[in-house]
Each structure stands twice: as C-alpha cells, then as structure tokens.
Ligand binder design. Structure first.
Ligand code: ADP
Ligand code: ADP
Length: 216
C-alpha cells in the first residue's frame, strides 16, 4: 500500500525529530523541504540563492519554487511507495498541488499528524536546537543533547545552529505559520485525515502518540 504521511505543526513542534523515527519505522524516505532548501543553499545552486533571501527572514519560499522542487524530489524512485513529508505542504496551494502530484502515481495523503505545543515551548526548543551538518540529525542542548558537545552522535559531523533560529526570526516564522500554514488544519480535518498529537511532552511520549496515530 502507498503511504504518504504529512507532519504538520509550527516550527519547533518536533516534526523533523519525529519524521526521522517514523521514516525508519515505516521504511520510507523522510522528505524535508527545509533540508532540501538548506542543501541547495550549501551547494550554491540557483534555487538555493533564490530561497536564501526568504529563509533568512523567516518567510516562506514562494509556492511555485517550492512546488517545483518537491515535484523533482518525487521523480526519484524511492518515494513511489510512500514518504514522510516534513514541512511540506505549508500552504493550501501546496496541499492542492501535492494531491495532484501523488494522484499522478496512484497515491494520496493518507494521514496528517498535527503536532502542537504552546508558543513559549516552541521558542525554547528553537533557541537550543543544534543540527548536524552532514544529514540534518536534530539535537537540543538541554532536551536531547549529543554525547559530545558540537558533534553528531550518528555520523560524527559538526553540529551548527541555524541562522533562522535567532529569536527575532523565530517570532516571524511562528506568525507566518499561524497565518499561512495553520489553515491546513481545517483543510485536512475536512478531508478526514487529521490526527492531533500533543507535542508538549517528551520526545518518546510524542513518538508513542504518533505510533498510535498510524493505526487510525
Ligand atoms: P520542527 O521540525 O517541528 O521545527 P524539530 O524536530 O527540529 O522541530 O525540534 C525542534 C527542537 O526541539 C530540536 O532541538 C529538538 O531536539 C527539540 N525537540 C523536539 N521534540 C521535542 C520534545 N518532545 N521535547 C523536547 N524537545 C524536543
Ligand atoms: P522548521 O521545521 O523549523 O519550521 P524547516 O526546516 O521546515 O523549519 O523550514 C525552514 C525554512 O525553509 C522555512 O522557514 C521556510 O523559509 C522554508 N521552507 C521550508 N519548507 C517550505 C515550504 N513548504 N514552503 C515554503 N517555504 C518553506
């Protein structure tokens, strides 16, 4: 069966952290639009140069650029049986396009796991987030620290703090989430695929809720 699962929620909700667990559990790829943008920026591609101007301000990259990038990702054979989508879609236009894209090879969005947490918790999480340079593994200086400071436990690469996790950019990102992305809660609720997950608990307990959500 084709299984496409969207992780929806504000910045800092735990989408990236949990997507990695789910992707490994279900043996499907983890597709993170943020990671693909960051790779493009790192490699200095034309898309990376365009996207950086938006990302550094905490704004969304325009729908046409984002959709084209995801369409290209879906051309790769590894996502033909399913995927965990993290950070995409982020607008109703992207959600409509995703449905068209998945329908073109017989799939659709099966489940949307919507993770929420209070704003003060999101800010605390983003302020302490450390990301691995090589593969985007995610740590927190207090809530999920690496064994050795500044080094990824999994691949040994250096950890860095994202520029867009600065306090002033974070507030803008949360506001943009509320105006541009939160309408997707109703969008997917109306389609009967939304499951609400309490993100304001430990990483392990959120994973347990997600695993129960998979049975819905
Ligand atoms: P998102 O992808 O939704 O922006 P991340 O998965 O990157 O969120 O998590 C943001 C930060 O919060 C990271 O530093 C991560 O280690 C931490 N984190 C994620 N989930 C939890 C949790 N349930 N409790 C405490 N910290 C968490
Ligand atoms: P987080 O999980 O912390 O919100 P992401 O890594 O998903 O961050 O995204 C980082 C930034 O990349 C976003 O603030 C936005 O500028 C851009 N971005 C990622 N995904 C999308 C998307 N689907 N549409 C538009 N912009 C996006």
């Amino acid at each position: 069966m084709l299984t496409y699962i969207v992780l929806l929620g504000p910045p800092g909700a735990g989408k990236g952290t949990q997507s990695k667990v789910l992707a490994s559990e279900l043996d499907v790829p983890h597709i993170s639009s943020g990671d693909i943008f960051r790779d493009n920026i790192k490699n200095g591609t034309p898309l990376g140069k365009l996207a950086e101007a938006y990302i550094s301000k905490g704004e969304l990259v325009p729908d046409d650029l984002t959709i084209a990038m995801l369409r290209e990702r879906f051309l790769q054979p590894d996502c033909k049986n399913g995927a965990i989508l993290d950070g995409f879609p982020r607008t109703p236009v992207q959600a409509d396009e995703l449905e068209v894209l998945l329908n073109s090879f017989g799939g659709h969005v099966n489940l949307v796991l919507f993770i929420t947490s209070p704003v003060n918790i999101l800010i605390e999480r983003l302020a302490g987030r450390w990301t691995c340079r090589a593969q985007g593994h995610i740590y927190h200086e207090c809530f999920n620290p690496p064994k050795e400071r500044g080094i990824c436990d999994i691949d040994g690469s250096a950890l860095f703090q994202r520029d867009d996790d600065k306090a002033e950019t974070v507030l803008n990102r949360i506001e943009i989430y509320q105006t541009q992305t939160a309408p997707l809660i109703q969008y997917y609720d109306e389609r009967g695929v939304l499951v609400r997950i309490d993100g304001d608990t430990s990483i392990k307990k959120v994973t347990e809720q997600l695993m129960s959500g998979l049975k819905c």
